[in-house]
Design a protein around this ligand. Structure first.
Ligand code: NAD
Length: 466
């Protein structure tokens, strides 16, 4: 049976060189149009759609969906001319008589598959990099947030022809059909499990991939940390978007001497942020669907069965898809909350005696997307960083590392392959094409056959000195 998306793919393939020709001003004009749509024309529609999808507060939509895409566009605008310019490089002595440079050429026809947790940001964010790099793109947003998917489809249809950028709505079957096509690059954001499926499909065509995945991101709090500050920042990072964030602090590893005080601080911040009843708070959003509510309730049930302490929360309202801000302590290692990525408003707190125990615990799991450290002890901070591996680290805060365009964003192995944001996103959607130009005869002609003892001396000399 023929692929339902073959025609659209063929149209983009035929158009890719035309799209690639766009100079930096033309690419910026496309990005400006996208910015105007998000920031002004469709702003309220975006807010309403995300509210309908999972009761996301308007301020959080502005902060975590609209702002990151708009600021990425602004950043690209001030740098694209430089990124697109020929990048001259030095010439080694042995290549005298040549000049070299490289330039970024578009990969070609790209596929962007995105998740539901920041559906606009994680669809249009990579799109900004893909447009900046001069590609054609097919976008496949998540089926779990259908209202925002519809608004994004409208924006794309209004701004681009299908042979340049097309958005296809649909579920896993749509994703699978798209993955059969020989794209030049696939940018996938989602779970490590689906990341493996994407990479396997890409391997059939040797398509390059960027995989922005997830996993368990630990937070270490040592005995020197400012606990009040840590509690405020962690409460914000954990309960923002209801904990449905790839770089959410998944669990806390805290020095045993300060654990009780930290939990007390955290409980009081939760009350301050969301009131006595978080369900009534306008600052607290919802779990995306019933399946995920059930998953989280199962984690709590499992924790209780294993004798853990629910320090606060644990309650839910399935009809409302509400899950209370929850802190759990005294969990045995086999508890599901310490095994799976939580992706919800539950924070396990686990204590350690010596910092080496915390380090070993982290290294006993897959490489995290983010590792957070709260400490005033510079030596200890350095020790944790150098003894562990992670996609990114934030010291005395969380989540914010995502927002600096000058930093590469992404994971390592199970938490991801490749980087996004700023120049790193632009590079991901580009091929670095190198060019060497010879002028005159160049030194290499001295080594052309037939070979003789003089040429042998010349190569010996070259190996020794250049
Ligand atoms: P998911 O992997 O279930 O789905 C992501 C996308 O893949 C969706 O568009 C979906 O339709 C598609 N998909 C699902 N199953 C598929 C299959 N079998 N074959 C082909 N396509 C398939 O992820 P999710 O539940 O939407 O998002 C949550 C996950 O994403 C978490 O693990 C989280 O950590 C991760 N995430 C990572 C980042 C990052 O930047 N690293 C950002 C957000 C979310």
């Amino acid at each position: 049976m023929s692929n339902p998306f073959q025609n659209i793919f063929n149209a983009q393939q035929a158009n890719q060189f035309q799209v690639a020709k766009a100079n930096y001003k033309q690419r910026i004009a496309k990005l400006e149009a996208l910015k105007q749509a998000i920031e002004v024309d469709y702003k309220q529609a975006i807010r309403d759609a995300l509210y309908a999808d999972f009761k996301k507060p308007f301020i959080e939509t502005d902060l975590t969906e609209i702002y990151p895409v708009v600021s990425e566009i602004k950043y690209v605008k001030s740098n694209l001319k430089r990124w697109m310019a020929k990048q001259k490089v030095k010439t080694p002595m042995a290549l005298l008589g040549t000049r070299s440079w490289f330039m970024y050429e578009p990969k070609g026809v790209c596929l962007i598959i995105s998740p539901w947790n920041f559906p606009l940001n994680l669809t249009f964010g990579p799109l900004v990099s893909a447009i900046a790099a001069g590609n054609t793109v097919i976008l496949k947003p998540s089926e779990l947030t259908p209202n925002i998917a519809k608004v994004m489809a409208k924006i794309i249809e209004a701004l681009f022809s299908k042979d340049e950028i097309a958005l296809i709505q649909g579920d896993v079957a749509v994703s699978e059909a798209l993955l059969e096509l020989p794209f030049n690059h696939i940018f996938f954001t989602g779970s490590p499990q689906v990341g493996k499926i994407v990479m396997q499909a890409a391997s059939r065509h040797l398509t390059s991939v960027t995989l922005e995945l997830g996993g368990k991101s630990p937070t270490v709090i040592d005995e020197s940390a400012n606990l009040k500050e840590a509690a405020r920042r962690i409460a914000w990072g954990k309960f923002l978007n209801n904990g449905q964030i790839c770089v959410s602090p998944d669990y806390v590893l805290i020095h045993e001497g300060v654990k009780t005080e930290f939990i007390t601080e955290l409980k009081s911040v939760i009350q301050e942020f969301y009131g006595e009843e978080a369900m009534r708070s306008s600052a607290y959003c919802r779990i995306v669907n019933d399946k995920h509510v059930n998953r989280l309730t199962h984690y709590i049930q499992d924790a209780k069965t294993l004798g853990a302490t629910i320090e606060c929360g644990g309650d839910f309202n399935a009809d409302e898809r509400f899950f209370a801000p929850t802190i759990v302590s005294k969990l045995p290692d086999e508890a599901l909350l310490l095994q799976d990525e939580i992706f919800g408003p539950i924070l396990p707190v686990k204590s350690y005696g010596k910092i080496e125990e915390a380090i070993d615990y982290i290294n006993g799991k897959s490489k995290p997307l983010a590792l957070y450290i709260y400490s005033k002890n510079k030596k200890q901070i350095q020790q944790i960083i150098s003894a562990t591996r992670a996609g990114s680290t934030c010291i005395n805060s969380n989540i914010l590392q995502y927002s600096n365009h000058n930093l590469p964003f992404g994971g390592s192995n199970t938490s991801g392959i490749g980087k996004s944001h700023g120049i790193f996103g632009f590079q991901e959607f580009s091929n670095q094409r190198s060019v060497l130009k010879q002028y005159g005869n160049g030194t290499i002609s001295l080594l052309f056959p037939p070979y003789n003892s003089f040429k042998q001396k010349l190569i010996d000399f070259t190996i020794k000195w250049f």
